[in-house]
Write a new protein. Structure first.
Length: 483
């Protein structure tokens, strides 16, 4: 009889030893810090067992790592207002890397076949291209490239395969939808609280440190909840409100439909408190996509009529302008709005600047990265104000074309795959994700929301799901004919 351990027993032994080692290291560290009498650092020691437990969970099952990444994306930026001096953004990298590493050692012939997916291959090609941008002669600071590439391609190349490998069953789709709606409701309530009850001292300090410039307009506070800014908050609320609304149209019991509609209404209120204009396009174009994909005329005609009436109300009347949120949304439909004209003027300057730069100025050379690493560059005074303009500037027309190809692939595959689904519940969920994705794509023309948390994580997961939508289908059993 062979004494060689099986692969599974070897993995279990290795996992147990690693977790035991981490626990011992945590105990020694806690004892050393507390013995030194440093109360400030000692107060942080309470988080070490949680950290060790999280690491142990991810090592034992990478599924927990992907779940934590999704949950954590909603609130880690808000934590930065309470925990000063700790780069919590890098913790996202650590979680994703550990999850990817844990999954890597579990690859086998059965699960690796799931990576034979066009979207994963395009994401890999996009990663290779963005790595090539490290050698762009326009970008001389490699540190800026390292920081910026994370949101542009590095998170995607980890999240997409992890989704294909770990979120590949109907129960995972159900779980994903529930997480989105739960966090949407919590985020919306917190935003409402900021407007109607007030900010806490940490949020006030953040405003005074510079946030007030964009979040207090004409004396009106724009809610930001625990997101990076009001724009990201508003668009995320619009996206989740749309998801909940479409779910309320689904083939469910009345009480479940009512629950979804309440979630839609709460998130809609959250969206309005952000004072942002971009979110209206998420719901508008998401609904158009849903109505066209649904192909049911009894829903299509009334739906389009309702949307036209809503558009006409906002565009051609002044009713409700005394309400600041309604007024802000209405300005999104004004082609002569001052900030829109400034953006268009900036884009003309950018177009001229890029005319001889087909590969762009390099990743990490725009917006806040330009201020930090390229303070004397031409792009410092030209904010991109759009996710696609940012991709265009940093990666050139070549990079933008490749990036657009990846989005087009998801759109085409989404249409093809959703039509193959037979189960009504699965189809409704996929239609919600598809319409929401389309809405975010449109909104990203006006705001750099696509690559920011939490929408970055949500988009990469949902895009991977859409390109494999038929795998979530649970065949509805056909009724047995009565003889």
């Amino acid at each position: 009889m062979s004494l060689r351990p099986t692969a599974s027993s070897y993995n279990n032994q290795s996992t147990s030893l690693l977790v035991a080692g981490l626990l011992v290291m945590t105990g020694v560290t806690m004892a050393g810090i507390l013995a030194a009498g440093n109360i400030g650092i000692g107060s942080l020691v309470a988080f070490l067992p949680v950290l060790v437990g999280l690491i142990a969970l991810i090592i034992s099952n990478p599924h927990f790592g992907l779940l934590f990444y999704l949950h954590y994306s909603f609130f880690f930026i808000g934590l930065n207002r309470y925990i000063i001096g700790i780069p919590l953004g890098l913790s996202i990298d650590a979680v994703l890397f550990l999850t990817t590493l844990s999954m890597f050692f579990r690859l086998n012939k059965e699960n690796i076949s799931r990576l034979n997916n066009g979207f994963f291959l395009i994401s890999l090609l996009w990663l290779i291209y963005t790595f090539g941008e490290a050698f762009n002669p326009q970008a001389e600071n490699i540190k800026s490239w390292i920081y910026a590439i994370r949101a542009v391609s590095f998170y995607a190349i980890q999240t997409v395969p992890l989704t294909l490998l770990l979120f590949n069953k109907k129960e995972h789709l159900n779980q994903f939808i529930k997480i989105l709606i739960a966090w949407g409701v919590v985020s919306a309530i917190w935003g409402w609280k900021q407007i109607n009850i007030g900010l806490d001292p940490f949020e006030n300090a953040w405003l005074e440190a510079g946030g007030k410039v964009t979040h207090v307009l004409d004396g009106q506070l724009r809610a930001f909840s625990f997101f990076s800014d009001a724009g990201q908050f508003g668009v995320t609320m619009a996206y989740i409100a749309f998801i909940a609304l479409i779910m309320s149209f689904g083939p469910y019991k009345r009480k479940i439909k009512i629950g979804y509609f309440i979630a839609f209404f709460v998130c809609l209120i959250g969206m309005s408190t952000s004072g942002s204009r971009g979110p209206v396009f998420v719901i508008f174009f998401g609904l158009i996509t849903y109505l066209l994909m649904n192909r049911k005329f009894r829903i299509l005609i009334p739906g389009l009529l309702f949307m036209l009436l809503t558009f006409a109300f906002l565009k051609f009347t002044f009713i409700g302008n005394t309400n600041y949120q309604v007024f802000r949304i209405r300005t999104a439909l004004d082609p002569k709005e001052a900030s829109l004209l400034v953006r268009l003027n900036n884009q003309e300057k950018i177009k001229e600047y890029l005319s001889e730069r087909p590969f762009g100025t390099g990743i990490g050379t725009t917006d806040s990265w330009a201020l930090r690493f390229y303070p004397k560059s031409y792009m410092v005074d030209l904010p991109t104000d759009s996710w696609f303009v940012k991709i265009w500037v940093e990666n050139g027309v070549v990079g933008l074309s490749l990036y657009a190809l990846s989005l087009a692939f998801v759109l085409v595959m989404g249409v093809v795959k959703i039509r193959l689904i037979e189960n009504a519940d699965t189809k409704q969920k996929m239609l919600a994700l598809f319409g929401g994705f389309m809405g975010i794509v449109v909104a990203s023309f006006g705001n750099p929301v696509f690559g920011q948390a939490p929408l970055g994580a949500i988009m990469y997961i949902s895009m991977a799901m859409l390109t494999t939508a038929e795998s979530y289908d649970v065949k509805t059993p056909k009724p047995i004919p009565i003889k």
